[in-house]
Ligand binder design. Sequence first.
Ligand SMILES: Nc1ncnc2c1ncn2[C@@H]1O[C@H](COP(=O)(O)OP(=O)(O)O)[C@@H](O)[C@H]1O
Ligand SMILES: [Mg+2]
Length: 187
Amino acid sequence: MITKHQTYFFTPRLGYGKEANVFAISPAHAVKVTHVLYDRDETVERFQPVLERHRLFYSKNISVPKSEGIEDVKIRHKVTRFGFDHGSRVGLVMQRLYGVVGLNVDSSLKERVEDLYEVEADKAWELGYFSEEGLFNSIYVPLEDKLFLVDLREWRQISECSSLVFENHRLFRQEQKERRNRERLSK
Ligand SMILES: Nc1ncnc2c1ncn2[C@@H]1O[C@H](COP(=O)(O)OP(=O)(O)O)[C@@H](O)[C@H]1O
Ligand SMILES: [Mg+2]
């Protein structure tokens, strides 16, 4: 059965990264579909921990798109001058965001977005997670003045990292904070 959330016949692509394409399947929903064609069970298995992380972060009031589940969708997306990429796929269905990748916001919004990121990253840190990808995996929604963390697979569990990785990241964050403060003071 195709997801109850799907209303679009054509599925515009909202973005892509190293793992997946993200398509719009309705005005309110997006689906993340892997580039690699895993079989159905494997896809579900791969997305399951990500879905759980979405739910965990969401339940702790970390700003992430609300997840719906791992569902069947129909992708119809124009990929070449000659045709459409189409087919039945399984993907992670979530709230569709109307925004811009945090790293690419207009320079006038840069400080605001950095501050919003710090708030979310601090909450995730409290929960035991960190990401080395920063604003690259975030979406700023101007209408709500809100920053969402996306691509939750990239958030690593502190307890599963070596102390060296953890310590490196802690120092990295500290340096980033100091750099930002210096930049702001020198304005
Ligand atoms: N919920 C969403 N709503 C709208 N666009 C999204 C959403 N999630 C991701 N995107 C877009 O898709 C891109 C790729 O998503 P991401 O989860 O980072 O994929 P990957 O794992 O391949 O890096 C993002 O950079 C963003 O532009
Ligand atoms: Mg990504």
